[in-house]
Design a binder for this molecule. Structure first.
Ligand code: CP
Length: 304
């Protein structure tokens, strides 16, 4: 693997192999000193042109747990405001010694361009509404560790699918691993076309509550126009929000997931967000382990 840009057409064996490595790194993170020297001397750059809490910080945490150094680029404090291009920014970071770049950008395909220019491995940390591969991998790891498998599970992805890179990567990853995925959204928040996607579609959350093993909630992405396509938030909550009474109808062994950031009171009720069956914080923890596995693989870490 030279880069991690997308999970479209990902092979099941490759996904399982990354998840197996990540399981090993969960064990490292549970040690009293959660650090190994595998990437000593390497430098990981996080190059984020959109806001992030989880993805950026967990890549930095993962790099440090592997003993790599980090470089952190933020547009607000950079020379972008003086007109510097993405390409020159990337070449500058490369000249400072970045051995790998994690890129987030609003433009679909930005990470692919960075991979062409930089000459180093690139991880897509989210490009527009296209792909967010490490999010899907951490979600799959969370599900696999909880249920002991992904194969055969019913995963309902609920919310603003049209604007969601998490949904696209999630469909690719969960279906490649043998889960059955149902998209649940108002027509206006479904993609313009989902021909060829291996999914079923439902028009309201009530249709999946009693059958789903995983109810995976998405935020309405106001910054990409998601809030402009339904009449009001109360109307959205009435058909798609996971309220306490809906949560009570879910099967007792089923779980709730969310990539974060959550909008409490919209897609998820406040007390459902804090319920032990809502695995949001497990997802965050698995994110560090998955990103360790990805960095280790791309930077050819010492097998010891
Ligand atoms: N899930 C996710 O990508 O979160 P951030 O936007 O905080 O990185």
């Amino acid at each position: 693997m030279r880069h991690l840009l997308s999970l479209e057409d990902a092979a099941r064996d490759d996904l399982e192999s990354i998840l197996d490595d990540a399981d090993g790194f969960v064990e490292v993170l549970d040690r009293p000193i959660p650090k190994v020297p595998a990437l000593r001397g390497k430098t990981v750059a996080t190059v984020f042109f959109e806001p992030s809490t989880r993805t950026r910080l967990s890549f930095e945490r993962a790099a440090k747990a592997l003993s790599a150094d980090t470089l952190s680029f933020s547009p607000g404090t950079s020379s972008l405001s003086k007109g510097e291009s993405l390409k020159d920014t990337v070449l500058t970071l490369r000249s400072m010694g970045a051995d790998l770049m994690v890129v987030r950008h609003r433009a679909v395909g930005a990470a692919v361009r960075v991979a062409e220019w930089s000459g180093v491995p690139v991880v897509n940390g989210g490009d527009g509404a296209h792909q967010h591969p490490t999010q899907a991998l951490l979600d799959a790891l969370t599900v696999r560790r909880h249920f002991g498998k992904v194969e055969g599970l019913e995963v309902a992805i609920v919310g603003d699918i049209r604007h969601s890179r998490v949904a696209r990567s999630g469909v690719d990853c969960f279906s490649a691993l043998g889960a059955r995925v149902t998209l649940v959204a108002p027509r206006t928040l479904l993609p313009v076309t989902y021909d060829g996607w291996p999914v079923a579609v439902a028009s309201g959350i009530d249709e999946v509550l009693e059958t789903a093993d995983v109810v995976y909630l998405l935020r309405v992405q106001a910054e990409r126009g998601g809030a402009a396509v339904f009449p009001s938030l109360p109307e959205y909550v009435s058909r798609f929000g996971l309220t306490r009474s809906r949560f009570a109808r879910m099967r007792p062994e089923s779980i709730v997931m969310h990539p974060g950031p959550m909008n409490r009171g919209v897609e998820i009720a406040d007390d459902v967000a804090d319920d032990p069956r809502t695995l949001v914080l497990d997802q965050v923890r698995m994110g560090v382990a998955v990103r360790m596995a990805v960095l280790f693989r791309l930077l050819g870490g010492d097998q010891e």
